[in-house]
Write a protein of this length. Structure first.
Length: 164
């Protein structure tokens, strides 16, 4: 199984959050790739980049997306079969983004911070209700750095359930 990370608008492919979660994947012998979108500001062009990469993949896929990367991962999952999707403060229902409806797939899990002042937590609540998926609203802001241990614990449990 291979895990693909998609970073947010203003971060990079190997920020501290992705590094921490990627290390958890590696301890489970999962392959990891983090797509670099730093040259592409448009979220839907990022979706195209991810889909192009995933179409070549022969292994089972897990998608992990943070902020705009959450949007990218979820939209791409409409065209690519995945074993699971883990979203961190996903940029859903953003007025300037092309997609405003999202697939309701099995094994989607969301983590969002109560104090997020970039992506309203209500957006994750709305999606979780529509998709009937787990949503963990935790202490923290948009980056979730102050709650990284909680995020890591939730991600480990997600991995354990998904790769059984």
């Amino acid at each position: 199984m291979k895990v693909y990370f998609s970073h947010g608008k203003e971060s990079g492919p190997w920020g501290s959050k992705i590094k921490r979660l990627a290390d958890l994947c590696k301890t489970r012998k999962l392959e990891v790739e983090s797509i670099d979108y730093t040259d592409v500001a448009n979220p839907d062009l990022r979706v195209e980049r991810l889909i192009t990469r995933l179409r070549k993949e022969q292994e089972d896929i897990l998608l992990v997306g943070s902020s705009m990367g959450g949007y990218v991962s979820l939209v791409a999952s409409e065209m690519i079969n995945t074993r699971g999707i883990f979203l961190l403060a996903p940029a859903l229902y953003m007025a300037s983004y092309e997609h405003q409806t999202f697939p309701s797939r099995e094994n989607i899990e969301i983590v969002h911070g109560w104090s997020d002042d970039v992506i309203p937590v209500e957006h994750s609540i709305r999606f979780a209700k529509e998709a009937d998926c787990p949503l963990h609203i935790i202490s923290g802001d948009h980056r979730l750095n102050t709650s990284i241990n909680v995020v890591a614990d939730l991600f480990e449990r997600f991995l354990d359930r998904t790769i059984e």
